[in-house]
Design a protein around this ligand. Structure first.
Ligand code: ADP
Length: 479
């Protein structure tokens, strides 16, 4: 089976979050299920610089008003098609926003063009290549399914929602430039409260909708998590599947991780101590006898960082210390910096995007804090399990599905892998941190939890099989 996957970020070429991890790792995992994936992504300046001798696979004279080429390349076992469209993607800054953090004003055209290219590829734009199915990730690729609907040659389309908070809504005035027939601007497709909704259109046009955990698949059907799209999603609930993400267990392997001062496994946990010491020096802190907590995250309200900020003094008073890696809302960055000034030996922050340091935090800290308000899947808690860095998580979305709380029964049965709390507020988070500190004070029990966490299957094995079965079903094959 030939699958065209379409995403706006793909690890290791370009990454701002979990979407890139999934779009980079799932194709590799699908290969053993007989699914050959080709991944289409935008030719951002930094992406083009990383391609090794790409070949021109197709040319467009007028792709939504601009000239473009499709470049074929290979990277780490991934077949790539990169949309080179200098007017749209050859610029400084991030994939979605300029260096100052402002969304590119032509994002609608940039990602409609990506989507249009995907539909054209499905329609035969590349000689000798014919995908059986298109898999679109998030709003940036969702329009591919809308274009497919109006294409001469239709193949089935799957939309995966990585985060419903990002919907790609634009003023109605752009509709004329999308190159779609008038009837596409309809409440049954693109029209969304008078605007054009890219994700909404994809939800309506998809043959199947997936999201990245079973709990989130349920949550997005409610007003609390549906972000206004719960009606559309409920109407298509028979097409909705929750498939939990995995992580690339080769990239994330404490026994072979080149970023760690000391590699280790479940049988050699004391070796983590050296990583902890290196980490403490890097963050300029002196953790002492209590647990060293870490955060690897966008610093935003979604991630519950405002609540964490409110309990840092208590965390320190309980004997803990905190190392934060992340950037985001300026007020939150400032609040973490202020905490580091108040507790110079116990709290440190690095406001950068630093892949090696994220591995070092997983391999050296005792616990990772993920107090999200909502979390479609979450990947850092999965990495935490694999590295024996015990996750402390809110009971929401994928966090609820992947972590077993250390309540008394779970501790007694030896199945606990982390700490969960039900309500995100300062009191509950404080109590949960206190629970973690209490277990940490019993080193045997803590180590038993670490070993149990490291036994959890966080690979793509099961989930890739589920995607493969869904794809096979959609293209009318059994199995
Ligand atoms: P989201 O996609 O909502 O940001 P996820 O948990 O799904 O959250 O994925 C986040 C990914 O980005 C993880 O792979 C995590 O390790 C990584 N990450 C987040 N912030 C940083 C950072 N500052 N430096 C390095 N990696 C980071």
């Amino acid at each position: 089976m030939q699958l065209l996957s379409v995403a706006s970020e793909v690890y290791p070429l370009i990454k701002t979050g979990g979407l890139a991890d999934v779009a980079g790792a799932l194709p590799l995992a699908l290969a053993s299920h007989g699914v050959a994936v080709t991944t289409l992504l935008p030719g951002y300046r930094s992406v083009l610089a990383k391609l090794d001798r790409p070949l021109v696979a197709a040319k467009f004279d007028d792709l939504l008003g601009t000239k473009a080429r499709l470049l074929r390349a290979e990277l780490g076992g991934r077949d790539l098609l990169v949309l080179e469209a200098p007017a749209l993607f050859d610029r400084d800054g991030g994939p979605y926003a300029d260096a100052a953090g402002l969304d590119w004003p032509d994002n609608w055209r940039r990602f409609a063009a990506l989507s249009r290219a995907a539909a054209d590829i499905a329609g035969g734009a590349i000689s000798g290549y014919q995908p059986d199915l298109v898999h679109a990730h998030d709003w940036q690729a969702a329009m591919a399914l809308v274009y497919l609907r109006h294409a001469a040659r239709r193949v089935p389309g799957v939309l995966t929602i990585h985060n419903l908070a990002f919907q790609g809504q634009f003023p109605a005035g752009i509709f004329r430039s999308l190159g779609l027939p008038d009837d596409a601007f309809d409440v049954d497709l693109l029209e969304y409260y008078g605007n054009v909704g890219f994700l909404k259109g994809g939800l309506q046009a998809a043959d199947a909708i997936t999201t990245v955990s079973p709990s989130y698949a349920q949550e997005i059907r409610t007003p609390e998590f549906g972000m206004g799209l719960e009606g559309v999603i409920n109407a298509r609930a028979d097409r909705l599947h929750g498939i939990v993400n995995g992580i690339d267990t080769d990239d994330w392997d404490p026994a072979r991780d080149p970023h760690l001062a000391r590699t280790y496994s479940a049988g050699s946990l004391p070796r983590r101590r050296e990583n902890r010491a290196v980490l403490a020096r890097r963050f300029g802190i002196d953790p002492g006898a209590g647990p060293l907590f870490c955060v690897i995250s966008r610093l935003t309200g979604q991630k519950g960082m405002d609540v964490l900020v409110a309990v840092i003094d208590d965390l320190v008073a309980m004997g803990g210390s905190l190392a934060v890696l992340g950037s985001g809302e300026p007020a939150l960055e400032a609040a973490f910096r202020a905490a580091a000034v108040r507790h110079p030996t116990r709290v440190g922050i690095v406001t950068a995007y630093d892949e090696p340091l994220s591995h070092q935090l997983q391999g050296g800290s005792d616990a990772i804090l993920v107090p999200s308000r909502f979390e479609p899947c979450g990947l850092t808690q999965l990495c935490g399990l694999r590295y024996g860095c015990l996750p402390i998580v809110a009971r929401t979305g994928g966090l609820a599905d992947t972590i077993i709380d250390a309540n008394e029964a779970a501790l007694a049965a030896g199945v606990a892998t982390g700490f969960q709390f039900g309500r995100l507020d300062a009191d509950t988070l404080r109590q949960t941190i206190a629970r973690a500190c209490a277990v940490y004070a019993r080193p045997e029990q803590w180590r038993a939890m670490q070993r149990q966490a490291m036994r959890a299957d966080v690979s793509w094995t099961h989930s890739a099989a589920r995607y493969a079965a869904l794809f096979a079903h959609l293209i009318g094959r059994s199995g």
